[in-house]
Write a protein that binds this ligand. Structure first.
Ligand SMILES: Cc1cc2nc3c(=O)[nH]c(=O)nc-3n(C[C@H](O)[C@H](O)[C@H](O)COP(=O)(O)O)c2cc1C
Length: 193
């Protein structure tokens, strides 16, 4: 059976990030399939200047694009910042386009210090559809996130099960038949190289 490559882009740079812990857990669930190969893309380790369309692939952009393009499915993980997703993730996504995301399966995961993480999921879904990614219906929002973790582990069973399911779906739906392009993608003039 063909290998399924699952990557996670982690949108928090914080050392003890709950987003990173949750993404690691999702990748571990994906890894339970023998055919899965996983890659956690830690944006702290990449030199990605603030996106400037006058600059052609500065810093470690080439590595980012290679790793995202190689993936059959990609988990976008972010903290909720001001009701949306984080600037490190937005910056990384702005370097990407159709080459990296078209017909790629995308999973969404957002953690929040407070109670309403869902708007950030909506925003990520819109961005993913603009580059013709196939976004999984199942998505994970972890509200009041600090209360869900104990000693670096997602201790709240209800959320742990949701994260594990997301990891499994990223493998199960990695090679889904593509849909026709979205109307919004036809207006996405920046997504072509
Ligand atoms: C700039 C900033 C904005 C934030 N905005 C919100 C917010 O609008 N709603 C919320 O519930 N939490 C908000 N938070 C709290 C984060 O969602 C919370 O600290 C989260 O754990 C950060 O993710 P991380 O642990 O992966 O770094 C904000 C935090 C920061 C630093």
């Amino acid at each position: 059976m063909d290998t399924v490559r699952v990557a996670a882009l982690v949108g928090s740079l914080r050392e003890d990030s709950y987003t990173r812990l949750a993404c690691r857990r999702a990748l571990a669930a994906a890894d339970e399939y023998d055919r899965a190969e996983t890659d956690l893309i830690d944006l702290r380790r990449l030199d990605l200047p603030v996106y400037d369309s006058d600059r052609d692939e500065p810093g470690d952009t080439g590595e980012l694009l290679d790793r995202v393009e190689r993936a059959d499915s990609i988990l976008l993980g972010s903290p909720n910042y001001h009701g949306s997703y984080s600037s490190p993730l937005k910056n990384a996504l702005d370097y990407c386009g159709f080459d990296e995301f078209e017909n790629t399966t995308v999973g969404l995961l957002v953690v929040a210090g407070g109670s309403f993480p869902t708007s950030a999921l909506d925003h990520l879904r819109i961005v993913a559809r603009a580059v013709n990614a196939w976004v999984l219906p199942h998505q994970v929002a972890v509200p009041n996130v600090s209360s869900r973790f104990e000693d670096g582990e997602l201790a709240d069973e209800r959320y742990a099960e949701r994260v594990d399911t997301l990891g499994r779906r990223l493998v199960e739906y990695a090679n889904i038949e593509p849909d026709p392009p979205t109307l919004e993608s036809e207006s996405n003039l920046g997504a072509d190289d």
